[in-house]
Ligand binder design. Structure first.
Ligand SMILES: NC(=O)c1ccc[n+]([C@@H]2O[C@H](COP(=O)([O-])OP(=O)(O)OC[C@H]3O[C@@H](n4cnc5c(N)ncnc54)[C@H](O)[C@@H]3O)[C@@H](O)[C@H]2O)c1
Length: 377
């Protein structure tokens, strides 16, 4: 196989700019073309980033393209990823892989039939902070993790996203939209989940958009916006996960894990960087010494201060895994398991019972400093 993969992008909305901007940082990726249902969106991105805009069928038939990145809305992920596999190309999808477990399993079967790979975001667990936490946990810093809490809560998405409708219909909601970051990181630290239970609700059946250009538009809410879930891992660890867009403010930390020898405080899994704090039996909480991990280095200005953003690292790891003949970290089995966990949380909320997972996965390989450097140009 050649030493890079031709990359096409389907879906030229908000997140496509991040991929187009960051992909050139990585080895193994050669941006070729982009497409969208909306030709104008594709043409605008293509002009901005110096690639070709194509129709969706032309992009799928383009022999220079080996892997297609699916950056469409969640409800379209399955149909677009299936078309990419049908066209004989590997897929890397934004999260979630699919909005039902059945669709995810259908993609798995199709990929296996065709001998193609499917990878999926999030890749933020490859960030310097999360890999530092992983190293500390793997080295026994907190002993055996027995429990923990995760909280991802805010007032919502309709105040910043230019087209927020998809967040509030099936396939959206804080579980399918934001829990992927938390579940991917929990799989990174703890491995697979055994069973889940939850209580779900929504504060209002409609929301009013306050971002531009749709300011004032009333949009329907068709999926729970407030979820309190319990996750039991195969390792025996029990984790509380609350995910809500019905909360104006709170004082909970993003992720705390409690072990037999101490506790670890992990920064927001939606981002690559941040400070990891730990405590032992003495109970004094101290920051871990930062390390020279390339995916922890701030590379973007942000209103809350400089930030590390290496989204596309998961795609680069998948490209290198194809070139080197090894397993990808943002792999199909892990992302399918995450879909199982998330859809089971919603099912538990509807049915009022524990739901057992029908899929499983392994922990991804850690991504240390050398492995991360090897992904960069
Ligand atoms: N916006 C973010 O900050 C962000 C961050 C991380 C992940 N994501 C994920 O990325 C995905 C896209 O989010 P976004 O914010 O860019 O959405 P968006 O609505 O801004 O863009 C989606 C684009 O996909 C196109 N599209 C929809 N259906 C299509 C189809 N069937 N075929 C081809 N094109 C189609 C739309 O025309 C639109 O241009 C979502 O899965 C989201 O969860 C977004």
């Amino acid at each position: 196989m050649s030493n890079d993969l031709g990359v096409g992008i389907i879906g030229c909305g908000n997140i496509s700019m991040t991929y187009l901007k960051l992909a050139p940082l990585f080895r193994g990726l050669r941006l070729v073309a982009c497409a969208d249902l909306n030709d104008e969106a594709a043409a605008a991105r293509a002009a901005e980033y110096g690639i070709r805009a194509q129709s969706i069928p032309d992009l799928l038939a383009n022999s220079e393209i080996d892997v297609v990145v699916n950056l469409t809305i969640p409800a379209a992920h399955f149909i677009v990823s299936r078309a990419i596999l049908d066209a004989g190309k590997h897929v890397y999808s934004e999260k979630p892989l699919a909005i039902t477990l059945e669709d995810g399993k259908a993609l798995q079967a199709l990929a296996s039939d065709k001998g193609l790979k499917v990878g999926c975001a999030p890749d933020t667990f490859l960030g310097g902070a999360h890999q530092l936490a992983r190293k500390y946990i793997d080295e026994g810093g907190v002993g055996r993790i027995t429990s923990g809490t995760c909280h991802v809560m805010s007032p919502g998405m309709e105040m910043w996203h230019p087209n927020p409708g998809f967040f509030f219909i099936e396939g959206g909601g804080p579980i399918l939209d934001l829990a992927p970051y938390y579940i991917a990181n929990l799989i990174n630290f703890l491995g697979p989940v055994k069973r889940v239970a939850s209580l779900t609700s929504m504060a209002s059946p409609t929301r009013t958009v306050t971002s531009e250009p749709l300011n004032g538009q009333v949009i329907p809410v068709e999926t729970p916006t407030n979820i309190h879930a319990l996750l039991e891992f195969l390792s025996g660890a029990t984790i509380t996960l609350s995910a809500s867009w019905d909360v104006w403010s709170h004082r909970h930390a993003n992720m705390e894990l409690y072990g037999t020898e101490g506790s670890i405080f992990v920064p927001d899994p939606n981002f690559f960087g941040g400070t990891v704090e730990v405590s032992g039996r003495a109970k004094e909480i101290t920051p871990l010494e930062p390390w020279d991990h390339p995916f922890g280095v701030a590379n973007q200005e942000h209103p809350q201060g400089p930030r590390a953003n290496y989204r596309t690292a998961g795609l680069a790891d998948m490209a290198m895994s194809l070139i080197e003949g090894r397993e990808a970290r943002c792999s199909l089995d892990r992302t399918l398991h995450a879909v199982d966990v998330m859809t089971s949380i919603l099912k538990s909320g509807e049915e009022g019972r524990f739901v057992e997972m029908t899929t499983t996965c392994t922990q991804p390989a850690a991504l240390g400093i050398d492995e991360a450097l090897a992904l960069l140009r």
